[in-house]
Write a protein that binds this ligand. Structure first.
Ligand SMILES: *Cc1c(COP(=O)(O)O)cnc(C)c1O
Length: 420
């Protein structure tokens, strides 16, 4: 089936930043590099641009659209909630907020939860919660140790806990953070002291290129936290809500954090994040956390629809099955093109390339009608809809193969050019 109604643009078109459409773009702050296409429609694993060209989306807004584009359950939940009540304000209770927090606690074995707008904000709140706990139980200890290749968002505290996210860090950074190499238990042991209140980690580092913690490491971190009486914060903004084939990825590791952050997939494409706390970590009091749109009824209704779908019988099993199918396909392709290593859990996969051609592959893939992202110069990331079909995966592999070939050809021509 030819889904392209018009001839594909040339490679040069892909380098342009201005939108294809005759839309004003000067007013938009140029903080994110974007291709020229303007996207107007989405359904499931497909996106269409303003020229009616179809793209298979294996990024899904960096894993935010957990059920794909405009899934019926989400459209209905949002429509119904829009009719009933959009936003009574965070100072008043609303049903979706109460229901979603209750369901999240129930399904994750947490005692308290709170809804926010973004992953960074949830991580920020987790840091505040840990500091609050430190004031109460650790003589005012506030230091947080995180991984040197981690990423917890772009707000100041989240940025201070991260070192992975690139660009301007707008110094000075917030004090009270230190970083140790990921998957290095002795380094963590050496870094902990009386001022430490928590260890904050992504169980699988997304922005670093889908780098999983080893089971030995994460279990060791949990043990260390228990022995020293400090908190374990797991940032499951990327890995949570079924992305890795279980509701939380901590279940697969057999560890239990004191504080968990969720985001991305929780809203299914609308801005929604959550902070979850267990046992002794439930120590926020009135006045300590608030925000205009925290617990927004409309967003919470979206979260309810997503969570209900993900915990339905058979759903996560299907994610694991599709994940294996995707992993096998990627492994075959990586072998054929001499790429690798491949890492993944469920439907979150990272492929390290043999060189720093990830941006070129992403551009070539776009040209082939495939949307991917490159978290690192030598790494591709695949986070399709959790509802992705095997035929979507097969089609993606065909398009990715063409993108790899296109980049190889360009590299050879470039080398020949230099040789001449
Ligand atoms: C994306 C991400 C964040 C930040 O979430 P935003 O919604 O972009 O603020 C934090 N932590 C992890 C692990 C993420 O993947």
């Amino acid at each position: 089936m030819n889904l392209f109604r018009r001839p594909a643009p040339s490679l040069d078109d892909l380098i342009l930043d201005a939108p294809h459409e005759d839309l004003p773009s000067d007013a938009l702050m140029p903080t994110v590099a974007r291709p020229a296409q303007v996207f107007v429609r989405g359904q499931g694993s497909w996106l269409w641009d303003s020229e009616d060209r179809a793209y298979l989306d294996f990024s899904q807004g960096s894993a935010a659209n957990s059920l794909g584009h405009s899934p019926q359950v989400l459209v209905k939940a949002l429509a119904d909630q829009t009719q009933a009540l959009i936003n009574p304000g965070n100072g008043l209770h609303n049903r979706p907020q109460l229901n979603l927090v209750d369901r999240l606690c129930h399904h994750t074995g947490s005692d308290q939860g709170y809804l926010l707008n973004s992953g960074a904000e949830a991580c920020e709140a987790a840091i505040k919660l840990a500091r609050k706990w430190g004031q109460q139980h650790r003589g005012g200890a506030y230091h947080i140790i995180s991984a040197s290749t981690g990423c917890h968002g772009r707000s100041f505290a989240a940025m201070a806990a991260s070192t992975g996210a690139g660009g301007n860090r707008f110094e000075p950074q917030l004090p009270g953070f230190s970083h140790v190499p990921f998957n290095d238990l002795p380094a963590l042991h050496a870094a902990v002291d009386a001022q430490t209140v928590a260890i904050m980690l992504e169980p699988i580092q997304g922005a670093a290129g889908v780098i999983p913690a080893t089971e030995h490491y994460l279990k060791g971190v949990e043990r260390l936290c228990r022995e020293l009486g400090i908190l374990l914060i797991l940032d499951e903004v990327h890995t949570g809500i079924g992305r890795c084939g279980t509701l939380l990825v901590e279940q697969q590791y057999g560890v239990r954090a004191d504080i968990i952050t969720l985001g991305k997939g929780l809203g299914g494409g609308v801005p929604l994040a959550a902070l979850l706390a267990r046992g002794k970590a439930c120590c926020f009091e009135v006045g300590e956390l608030d925000g205009t749109h925290h617990g927004n009824a409309l967003m919470a209704a979206a979260g309810e629809a997503v969570l209900k779908t993900v915990v339905e019988e058979g759903f996560l099993e299907q994610v694991r099955e599709s994940g294996l199918y995707l992993g096998e396909g990627l492994a075959r392709l990586a072998y054929r093109y001499d790429h690798g290593q491949l890492r993944g859990h469920g439907l979150m996969w990272g492929l390290t390339l043999s060189d720093d051609s990830a941006d070129a592959v992403v551009k070539a893939a776009l040209h082939e009608g495939l949307i991917l992202n490159a978290p690192q110069p030598n790494c591709l990331r695949f986070t399709p809809a959790l509802t992705v079909s095997k035929s979507n995966i097969d089609e993606m592999l065909l398009r990715l193969a063409r993108a790899f070939s296109r980049v190889r050809t360009a590299q050879l021509q470039c080398r020949k050019g230099i040789a001449v």
